[in-house]
Design a binder for this molecule. Structure first.
Ligand code: S3P
Length: 176
């Protein structure tokens, strides 16, 4: 039975790589944010607006425990998921965790065009976005680094790069 959690900052490629890896390995793919949105019939932005970040984190934790029971699955966590409660310990206990490591410059490039759906980034100009990435990464690194594996997810810009990354990720897991 395989249960893999992808963790890492917003824009690190958890969804992109998770989907491609699931297809290649015939696993089910679950994006925790999408799962939350379906279960609550609300977007992540709406949940943040209604319940604040604290309320969202409670929901996120509960939903993590739901998806953490699924089998033969690859789960893309939210960027903040491992950094609250005992979520990282939980994921490490019930599955394998992979930290998608990406340098701030690449995160910035990816997030600059994908800010609006992310409540923590909405409305930030370039300078504010970069300084948010740097300071949040600094705080979150200690959690991300508790993953079983670290994976370089720098190159996900083309189909070829995604296929290469899927192969590299398979390799990483095979080495066990
Ligand atoms: C968050 C990341 C988002 C989403 C929410 C909060 C974070 O997920 O859960 O906006 O705290 O980093 P993605 O990493 O999938 O964007």
């Amino acid at each position: 039975m395989m249960r893999i959690f992808l963790i890492g900052f917003m824009g690190s490629g958890k969804t992109t790589l998770g989907k491609a890896f699931a297809r290649a390995m015939q696993l089910q793919f679950i994006d925790l944010d999408w799962y939350i949105e379906e279960r609550f019939h609300k977007t992540v932005q709406e949940l943040f607006a209604e319940r604040g970040e604290e309320g969202f984190r409670e929901i996120e934790r509960r939903m993590l425990h739901e998806v953490g029971e699924f089998e033969d699955v690859i789960i893309a966590a939210g960027g903040g998921t491992p950094c609250f409660f005992d979520n990282i310990q939980y994921m490490n206990r019930v599955g394998k965790t992979i930290f998608l490591d990406v340098v701030p410059e690449v995160l910035f490039r990816r997030l600059k065009i994908a800010k609006s759906k992310r409540p923590l980034l909405a409305g930030k100009d370039d300078a504010e976005l970069m300084s948010f990435i740097l300071s949040a990464l600094e705080k979150r690194k200690a959690f991300y680094e508790q993953a079983d594996y670290r994976f370089d997810a720098q190159f996900l810009e083309s189909r070829e790069q995604i296929a290469d990354s899927v192969a590299a990720m398979k390799n990483l897991l095979d080495k066990e």
